[in-house]
Design a binder for this molecule. Structure first.
Ligand SMILES: Cc1cc2nc3c(=O)[nH]c(=O)nc-3n(C[C@H](O)[C@H](O)[C@H](O)COP(=O)(O)OP(=O)(O)OC[C@H]3O[C@@H](n4cnc5c(N)ncnc54)[C@H](O)[C@@H]3O)c2cc1C
Length: 357
């Protein structure tokens, strides 16, 4: 049969796949249950550095150039803006961190990612710094709510997105049919809910709750993200995001007092500017024990696939790997071993039951 793809999940992952299939003129459809618990809550920050060790983020050299073209292209297609430029001011937490930074400045491999503050651009007086600060050249941030809305509007207008719950009872995995309609590929991009997918629940997908505040302040610069322990991200259309927390024991997205206090404590170590809280939201990130995406084919059901596990940096990872995955599906290109779910077949997949060993 001709390629005809069903994507389950219309968050960031499903949207990226949709655009890749559209580019390749492949017939596709997305089903999304209409409640998003990660992509729409995210701060959408693109940070090329891991500050703890002061090293480049995993695959940054591939991911960052790719997204610099990808998001503007989607803005053009949808006719909406959601990708905005911002640099990151990293305020160092320790003397060690500062010293690592100075080392990296001498390394040509980091030229694209970090640079020194210039005399003409001093640290604002509301920033609390003991060990200094430096610039990270981030491509910017994706306004997550605008991104989801723009892309859903686009896909609904094209009759490619249906808002409904995927019903596993109506799936025939042997014939790759859903509600009696046959597909060449059925791809699950369900975010943390992939934990409950009967075909892929053997994968070590975890839920990592995160909370963010929306705050107001007249003090902050609007062109830079402040970062130390927490981040303060100036939104294009007013207000700032202050985030984010991490907790692993719940799928309840309700905002908590505990997270609010934690964020305010972290903020107090970053800045003395007065802020006013206007909102608090919680979401669940789809994370993986080895911190790599979960991409690939079911061990036995040849038409079932997964594209998930985008973790804490989905806005950076999903664009590049959506093309990589579609090249695997349509051209038989090899999947990157680090993301291929085959890495878990042996350890976790039980052939007789299809469940976790
Ligand atoms: C507080 C917070 C801050 C974050 N900040 C950043 C950041 O600054 N930068 C960054 O890059 N990333 C950030 N992230 C992570 C980022 O949000 C994720 O990596 C990414 O959005 C995951 O996208 P996804 O599409 O895989 O999953 P999701 O966004 O969870 O989407 C899954 C979709 O599948 C649908 N679905 C699930 N089951 C079904 C079903 N049975 N039937 C129909 N539909 C179904 C859901 O409705 C949902 O819309 C943050 C996340 C959180 C929570």
């Amino acid at each position: 049969m001709q390629n005809k793809v069903l994507i389950v999940g219309g968050g960031l992952s499903g949207i990226c796949l949709a655009h890749q299939f559209e580019e390749r003129n492949v017939d596709f459809r997305i089903i999304d249950q209409g409640v998003n618990e990660s992509s729409a809550i995210a701060a959408g920050m693109i940070n090329p550095m891991v500050f703890r060790k002061m090293v480049k983020t995993w695959r940054g050299d591939d991911l960052i150039p790719y997204l610099k073209n990808f998001y503007p292209k989607l803005e053009q297609k949808t006719g909406q803006r959601f990708f905005f430029s911002r640099k990151i001011r990293r305020v160092f937490s320790t003397q060690d961190e500062h010293d690592f930074w100075v080392d990296r400045l001498k390394d040509p491999a980091y030229e694209e990612y970090i640079h020194e503050l210039e005399d003409s651009d001093p640290t604002p007086d509301y920033v609390l710094k003991k060990y200094g600060d430096g610039w990270v050249k981030s491509p910017g941030y994706v306004d997550a709510k605008l991104f989801i809305k723009a892309n859903h509007d686009y896909l609904i207008t094209k009759r490619k997105l249906n808002i409904q719950n995927f019903d596993f009872q109506s799936l025939d995995p042997e014939n790759a049919s859903y509600k009696c309609e046959q597909f060449s590929h059925i791809i699950f991009a369900e975010g943390y809910r992939g934990k409950f997918n009967p075909f892929f629940n053997y994968l070590p997908l975890q839920q990592t709750k995160g909370e963010v505040l929306t705050v107001k302040s007249d003090a902050f610069r609007k062109d830079e993200i402040l970062n130390r322990k927490c981040f303060v991200l100036p939104l294009e259309y007013g207000g700032f995001k202050l985030g984010a927390t991490f907790s692993w024991d719940t799928t309840d997205t309700k905002p908590t007092e505990h997270a609010r206090t934690q964020l305010l404590d972290q903020y107090d170590q970053l800045s003395k500017a007065k802020i006013e809280i206007v909102d608090q939201e919680g979401g669940i990130r789809p994370t993986v024990t080895d911190r790599r995406p979960l991409i690939g084919k079911h061990p036995e059901k040849n038409n079932l696939f997964v594209f998930n596990g985008m973790g804490t940096k989905g806005y950076m990872i999903a664009p590049y790997f959506s093309e990589h995955f579609v090249n695997f599906l349509l051209d038989g290109a090899k999947l990157d071993d680090e993301v291929d779910i085959q890495r878990f077949y042996k350890k976790h997949y039980h052939r007789d039951t299809g469940k976790n060993k």
